[in-house]
Design a protein around this ligand. Structure first.
Ligand code: ZN
Length: 345
């Protein structure tokens, strides 16, 4: 990638209303069978077109082919019973009805590989694909078999590694693992979380990323954020571990958050995917606001290692808001690119 400050989107984009109910997490599909497959591919084409047209450099499927960033992956595994649902507290924050692990977990067939091939065939731009991280998967289930979060995480890590290797073979440039749970279970991150993540990324030649955030802009997350005080310092515990890990890119939340910017110094040497777009507010950032966030970050990360992005996925937004935010991200990044170019010339 030759572009300085290549922009990207963390994960999801809103789906078209003919495909799924807008502004809703876990929204059911409106189509079935072949029509659903065709609908997902059309939605992916649109997501790709909008990213490209609005100046996003590293593009993704906008998660148009999945219902949810964690459960869709789990649905494809054996050993998990989706009929047997239990209500558990996830991310230590809100109750959700989740499936139950009833036996050994296994990936019987590839989950996203065909979708990734379709994306690869549809664009020449670098592509990024997101997978849930092992700890976040464990935290989105009820486990009635392994009875150990760590054991189950290692099983998931091995499964994710199989999938990641096939995504790499399909031409994916960056494989990103989403680990919002890393901001909640800090002791587990130390004990086994980072090790399980490295296992999921083991042996990959594609670049690897981990996304750690404070969650989608939904009420339960916003209420939780209100309890975290004036400085959010969770990253202070995890960044040193990630700095010495095998993961190439660390994705974090910044815009309108209370994360002290100097914490990214703890990642020195790694690439930093910095959230310069807020996903908790529908107010569209001005290009100058985006630029200001990037300038602050550049005090602590080298310019050739900064990847401007959104704080998190944008699935819960109205579509026009999410798309306008993509444009703001590129416009703000362009301001800083020009400043950097002037500095070296
Ligand atoms: Zn996120």
């Amino acid at each position: 990638m030759n572009t300085l400050l290549p922009t990207t989107v963390v994960g999801s984009l809103p789906k078209p209303s003919w495909l799924a109910q807008p502004e809703t997490l876990w929204s059911p599909w409106k189509l079935e069978g072949d029509a659903l497959l065709e609908g997902k591919q059309d939605a992916l084409r649109i997501a790709l077109h909008e990213q490209s047209r609005r100046g996003i450099d590293i593009v993704s499927d906008g998660e148009q082919t999945r219902q949810h960033f964690v459960t869709t992956f789990i649905e494809h595994l054996s050993g998990v019973d989706f009929e047997q649902r239990k209500t558990v507290r996830i991310r230590d924050r809100y109750d959700a009805s989740v499936p139950t692990v009833v036996g050994p977990v296994r990936r019987e067939r590839p989950v996203f590989v065909e979708d990734a091939k379709f994306l690869r065939a549809t664009t020449d731009q670098p592509i990024k694909w997101t997978l849930p991280g092992p700890m976040t998967m464990v935290d989105t289930l009820y486990d009635d078999h392994y009875k150990s979060r760590e054991k189950l995480a290692w099983e998931f890590a091995a499964i994710l590694n199989q999938e990641a290797k096939e995504l790499e073979a399909a031409g994916v440039d960056i494989i990103q693992f989403d680990e919002p749970a890393f901001n909640v279970f800090l002791d587990e991150v130390k004990d086994w979380g980072v090790a399980a993540l490295e296992r999921a990324a083991e042996g990959l030649r594609a670049e690897t990323a981990v996304h750690i955030c404070y969650g989608y802009g939904i009420k339960a997350n916003n209420d939780w954020k209100a309890t975290l005080g004036s400085q959010w310092r969770q990253y202070e515990e995890t960044f040193p571990l990630l700095q010495s890990s095998s993961i190439d890119i660390i994705s974090l939340e910044s815009q309108n958050s209370h994360v002290p910017m100097d914490l990214i110094e703890l990642l020195r040497g790694k690439k930093v995917m910095l959230g310069a777009i807020d996903v908790a507010s529908e107010t569209i950032e001005t290009p100058e606001e985006v630029a200001d966030t990037l300038r602050k970050a550049l005090q602590f990360v080298d310019a050739d290692k900064l990847i401007p992005s959104s704080n998190c996925g944008m699935a819960p937004f109205p579509r026009d808001v999410a798309l306008a935010k993509l444009s703001a991200l590129s416009a703000g990044t362009n301001i800083v690119r020009e400043e950097l170019a002037r500095r070296v010339s």
